[in-house]
Ligand binder design. Structure first.
Ligand code: SF4
Ligand code: SF4
Length: 442
């Protein structure tokens, strides 16, 4: 037997945990057994069988010790291939506009006033939907609206695409889902009723930049009119109508202190609705840095949100089994003007485009972009010996391409090879498992 490459031993509040990132399981271990295991890892794991056969066979049965011949990295490659090369599903993202009703300081996008779909573009997208749903093996189509703010021209530009998708999916027996990444300000009864009348339940990701006034300093309509109250009310409207909402809190060192108060806003939503339809997801704004106490403050926020029985997520990568849509062969982002991209986290400029949508509704990838992207994973050597490979895998194909292609920084680790940061990821995984158990019991 051998000690799995994907094991980590960490301590949380003086309790030792052995976690494996492949099986995504942990066990609590006694300090003496932890010392025994650590020395066996150095001196040869077979020795453990002689010293403590019960512990050895327990670790074996739980998957922390594995047969010597197991090709652990090979197993991850196989999963990645199955997930990312799957031809049964397609992940279509549409930017119906590059315009937005807010202007947040950290937004990486160049906003383009009056940018929106032309009738010709709606026809091209419709052709693409027809062709995709008619593919012989297709059984699931995900349609995500991004932007700009995708609800700016909802009635005129978005509803025809949704109707077309529903029609084609029904005729071709393809399952589908609809989602929006929106600032949430323009949600209204028309939006709710459109989906109710079409018997569709979309899911939404809506961002708040901190609690109350802190949010309003970033996302405002005019200098004297914020957007916090309206957005919170709109989220409640969605939840009460059974629309799942991922409430993303973009935090910085300046807004994290009282971000937890956002959870109080949902005190008047019944417990079952909160647990079923609301997820709070904390993300640090990537341009923000400093304040070493941030992890503790974030943790206090998380504990408070949990005490309100709201599911919460933070820093918890799962990049292999749940790889980003942009890692998948069957995914595309179609911009309002017909340019195509893979990733939604970079500016949608002409220079960045990966190709275009033809008049016939076909995707043309330029400069071998699709193949280059599909080929980039497992090219970063530090990942191949890393204990987090099954959940991190070098981030995403965007990270890998930018680092490893010509002009990039070369081999990399998204945690700078820092074991403490990797331990933090393990810690968040363990807390997530414990949190989901507590939530299920409550
Ligand atoms: S940066 Fe990576 S994870 Fe984020 S959207 Fe782009 S490909 Fe996906
Ligand atoms: S990026 Fe770093 S943490 Fe992630 S798999 Fe590679 S080496 Fe490990």
């Amino acid at each position: 037997m051998k000690y799995s490459q994907f094991n980590s031993i960490i301590s949380i509040d003086n309790v030792f945990y052995l976690y494996n990132s492949f099986i995504q399981k942990f066990i609590v271990i006694d300090p003496l057994l932890k010392d025994l295991l650590e020395s066996a890892v150095i001196e040869g794991i077979d020795g453990l069988e002689e010293i403590h056969p019960d512990f050895f066979s327990y670790l074996k049965s739980e998957g922390f010790l594995i047969p010597k011949e197991t090709d652990e990295v090979g197993k991850i490659k196989e999963i990645v291939k199955n997930v990312d090369e799957n031809v049964d599903s397609f992940f279509l993202t549409i930017n119906p506009t590059m315009n937005c009703n807010f202007k947040c300081w950290y937004c990486y996008e160049t906003h383009i006033k009056k940018s929106s779909f032309s009738d010709k573009m709606i026809n091209k997208v419709s052709r693409f939907i027809e062709k995709t749903t008619q593919k012989p093996k297709m059984n699931y189509l995900s349609l995500a609206f991004f932007g700009g703010e995708p609800l700016l021209y909802f009635k005129r530009d978005v509803t025809p695409v949704i109707k077309k998708l529903q029609k084609e999916c029904r005729e071709n027996l393809v399952d589908y889902s609809i989602s929006f990444t929106t600032n949430g300000y323009l949600i209204d009864d028309y939006f709710i009723n459109f989906f109710k009348s079409h018997e569709i339940t979309p899911s939404l990701q809506i961002t708040l930049d901190g609690y109350g006034k802190k949010h309003d300093e970033v996302r405002y309509v005019t200098k004297t009119k914020g957007s916090y109250v309206e957005i919170v009310n709109n989220i409640k409207l969605l939840l009460n109508n059974g629309f799942p909402v991922r409430l993303r809190i973009n935090y910085t060192k300046d807004n994290i202190d009282d971000a937890y108060k956002i959870a109080d806003e949902f005190d008047d939503i019944d417990l079952k609705t909160k647990k079923e339809f609301l997820l709070i997801d904390l993300h640090r704004v990537w341009q923000d840095s400093g304040n070493e106490d941030i992890p503790n403050i974030v943790n206090k926020n998380i504990q408070y949100i949990k005490s309100k029985k709201i599911p919460v997520k933070h820093n918890s990568p799962n990049n292999v089994v749940e790889s980003c849509y942009a890692d998948k062969r069957n995914s595309v982002v179609i911009n309002y003007n017909g340019d195509i991209y893979k990733c939604t986290a970079r500016d949608f400029t002409k220079e960045n485009r990966a190709g275009y949508l033809t008049d016939e509704g076909d995707l043309t990838w330029e400069n071998d972009y699709l193949e280059r992207r599909m080929d980039v994973k497992f090219k970063n050597n530090p990942c191949l010996t890393c204990r987090l490979l099954p959940i991190c895998n070098g981030g995403c194909s965007q990270h890998a391409m930018e680092a490893l292609e010509e002009g990039g920084r070369g081999e990399y680790c998204i945690y700078d090879g820092d074991d403490k940061l990797k331990d933090d990821v393990v810690k968040s995984k363990i807390e997530e498992i414990i949190g989901s158990l507590e939530l299920n019991e409550a």
